[in-house]
Design a protein around this ligand. Structure first.
Ligand SMILES: Cc1cc2nc3c(=O)[nH]c(=O)nc-3n(C[C@H](O)[C@H](O)[C@H](O)COP(=O)(O)O)c2cc1C
Length: 223
């Protein structure tokens, strides 16, 4: 079992959020998973240009580090997304990675994968940022087991508590993958999305040939 963690704070080893990510990956590793951490803030990932070529060919025209990141995410059973709160949002680094993922969304390529979200903030604005990461995963066809957040203003004890919780959640991520845990509300969202998006794929079938073939193969275009 493979779990890939994404770090997106530009503060490298000084990052508060990295402490939560390291704890979650440590928990996952102790529970038997092979873990890997990717610091996307150190990589070159350009903005999506909205050329839509990926929907036609299955490949992005931009050749940069996103290709390697996506490959690792696609081979992972579990994903840990982490980001500090930047203006009540994820960092630009993580948002850029999200924006490069329309193929993952159109073809629901995270189907069967489980995730965990982690954030730290100066204030108590934690849930909104965790929700952005959870929503990305569900939008890509995956399932989230939830998240851990910490307001650094609450001091070192709060951080210690969040580190302990992140380690437990990392272990739980491994359990969720092992038992193929069901999340009926998220599964209903996947189904509702596919039902709505079917018409978008059909409306673009002449251009989005890769998407269309994929949907046919999956049997998602049936009435
Ligand atoms: C550009 C920037 C924007 C921020 N915006 C917010 C914010 O809107 N709300 C908040 O609570 N904290 C905000 N913070 C504080 C960080 O979320 C907080 O310090 C966090 O722990 C940093 O994580 P890191 O050490 O992993 O980079 C911001 C920090 C920076 C540098």
């Amino acid at each position: 079992m493979k779990i890939v963690g994404i770090q997106s704070s530009p503060r490298g080893k000084n990052s508060n959020t990295l402490k939560l990510l390291n704890a979650a990956l440590d928990g996952a590793s102790k529970a038997g998973a092979e873990v890997e951490s990717i610091d996307i803030a150190k990589l070159k990932i350009k903005y999506c240009t909205a050329c839509n070529t990926c929907h036609e060919t299955g490949e992005c025209t931009i050749k940069d580090d996103y290709e390697m990141v996506l490959k690792k995410l696609l081979t992972a059973d579990g994903i840990v997304l982490s980001s500090p709160n930047y203006i009540t949002n994820v960092t630009a680094q993580l948002k850029t990675m999200f924006d490069r993922s329309p193929l993952v969304i159109h073809e629901q390529l995270f189907e069967g994968k489980y995730s965990l979200s982690l954030t730290t903030a100066g204030s108590d604005e934690l849930d909104f940022v965790l929700g952005i990461m959870d929503n990305f995963i569900v939008h890509c066809g995956g399932k989230t087991i939830g998240g851990v957040g910490c307001s650094v203003a609450r001091g070192p004890e709060a951080m210690e508590e969040a580190i302990i919780k992140s380690r437990e959640m990392g272990k739980d991520l491994v359990e969720a993958i092992k038992e193929k845990r069901q999340y009926p509300e998220q599964e209903a969202r996947h189904e509702a999305w596919r039902e709505r998006f079917k018409y978008v794929v059909l409306a673009n079938k002449d251009q989005w040939t890769h998407n269309c073939d994929y949907w046919m193969e999956k049997g998602w275009l049936k009435e």
